[in-house]
Write a protein that binds this ligand. Structure first.
Ligand SMILES: [Mg+2]
Length: 201
């Protein structure tokens, strides 16, 4: 019985990660603790890396998988967050990850407001298309790991595989309901580390 449960659980995860070359991570809620709804992470001091994240990224790299971040930061467009402060957070993140032997290959960020309808802003797929072009990657070589329905939409429109992280946030239920509305049932984990651990064996 236990073996059957394990097999049912393991098989689809193995298939998702099989032969992939890159993992794209959403940032807030996957890598760092998310701000409250309608609030933003505005400084390095508010940027708290979630448990297991550094280890997870190093583990992906050790399998030869490139790791990217694709993030919407409309706080920049709202002039609440400066680009300098955003880069400070990125530098801090890179240093922390490198201390575990990992590396973020590139961080893609859309600073525009929702109302601007930028083709790069998730749920659109502009950032993923740019990344695929720049690094010569095909959609089926990529797994997108995100904690919101808009990550799923962005990933699905680009043709990538998707893994959902059920990060603790005010929006978790809202996101789950959106998946239910379209009968989507993505593979889901509580944390990035749990997701990545499934491919390390
Ligand atoms: Mg997020």
């Amino acid at each position: 019985m236990l073996a059957k449960v394990f097999k049912d659980f393991y098989t689809p995860v193995y298939m998702v990660f099989n032969k992939i070359k890159a993992v794209i991570l959403d940032r807030d809620g996957v890598i760092n603790k998310k701000a409250k709804k309608q609030e933003y992470i505005l400084s390095k001091n508010q940027f708290v890396i979630l448990p297991g994240v550094k280890k997870a990224i190093a583990k992906l790299n050790s399998k030869g998988i490139l790791v990217f971040i694709v993030t919407n930061q409309q706080a920049i467009g709202k002039k609440l967050l400066t680009k300098e402060e955003f880069h400070k957070m990125n530098s801090y993140l890179n240093i922390e990850i490198s201390s575990f032997g990992g590396k973020i290959k590139k961080i893609y960020c859309c600073p525009h407001l929702k109302e601007e309808n930028c083709p790069y802003r998730k749920p659109s797929s502009g950032m993923i298309f740019e990344l695929m072009k720049e690094f010569n990657l095909k959609p089926n070589e990529i797994v997108f790991i995100g904690d919101s329905f808009s990550d799923y939409q962005s990933s699905a429109s680009a043709g990538c595989k998707f893994v959902f992280i059920k990060s603790e946030s005010d929006e978790l239920e809202e996101n789950i309901n959106k998946f239910k509305e379209i009968n989507a049932n993505p593979i889901a984990f509580d944390t990035l580390y749990q997701a990545v651990r499934c491919i390390s064996n």
